[in-house]
Ligand binder design. Structure first.
Ligand SMILES: C[S@@+](CC[C@H](N)C(=O)[O-])C[C@H]1O[C@@H](n2cnc3c(N)ncnc32)[C@H](O)[C@@H]1O
Length: 204
């Protein structure tokens, strides 16, 4: 791990993911979580303040980056939600089958290298009556914007910790057998190549 990944990137991700337009998406989606929650790529813990403490028993915060876990400390100090770190990538989740009520996936599917293995793991650990709640950015609908997303992606990916601008989020989720129950999509405020949002819910 180099200095960029360890110190600068957590700060950059915390700022980018803390933008107002993204905060508004979190405020809509995160309160849907209940029971035992698995947060995929918890990052700096920006979702913590949006959980409904009456509905959530605990959160497993899966986060492979030590720098991000360190950056999350301030948000951990300010929540009553019980959080247990899982310091591993989501391609191999150290939880039992059918053990999670809510999988929370926010602004992380863009970054997971082996997204298929990770989604299969999320499906495995989710209870049959559990819910995947997602809010992600991804491929824009306009051909002109898609062209720029493809052009910029290689350099963006290097600078932004492996984040891809142009993943077709609902297709990836559905491709492993999740059934999408609700889906909304729109641009939010900001540069169009990075702000097309997909948010909704799915079950296994
Ligand atoms: C853009 S940040 C989003 C953080 C957080 N989910 C949020 O909503 O603010 C992406 C996060 O995914 C984490 N990550 C990268 N690869 C991962 C993997 N294979 N499995 C799980 N998390 C991963 C990164 O360390 C980073 O914290």
């Amino acid at each position: 791990m180099n200095l960029y990944d360890e110190y600068f990137l957590p700060h950059f991700i915390n700022c980018a993911c803390g933008m107002k337009a993204i905060e508004r998406q979190r405020a809509k989606m995160v309160p849907m979580a209940k029971g035992k929650v698995l947060e995929i790529g918890m990052g700096s813990g920006l979702n913590l303040k949006h959980y409904d403490a009456e509905q959530v028993d605990m959160v497993w915060g899966l986060e492979p980056s030590a720098g991000m876990r360190r950056k999350a400390q301030a948000n951990l100090d300010n929540t009553s939600i019980k959080v247990e770190w899982l310091d591993l990538p989501s391609e191999s989740i150290p939880l039992d089958d059918n053990s999670v009520d809510t999988v929370m996936l926010t602004y992380t599917l863009c970054t997971i290298e082996d997204w298929r293995a990770a989604l299969l793991e999320m499906k495995r650990v989710l209870k049959p009556d559990g819910q995947l709640v997602f809010s992600e950015h991804g491929q824009a609908p306009d051909e002109g914007i898609q062209k720029w997303q493809r052009r910029v992606n290689p350099i963006w990916k290097k600078l932004a910790g492996g984040c891809n601008l142009n993943r077709d989020i609902p297709s990836l989720i559905a491709s492993v057998g999740f059934k999408i129950d609700t889906l909304e999509q729109c641009y939010v405020k900001g540069p169009k190549i990075a702000t097309y949002q997909y948010f909704g819910t799915a079950h296994g």
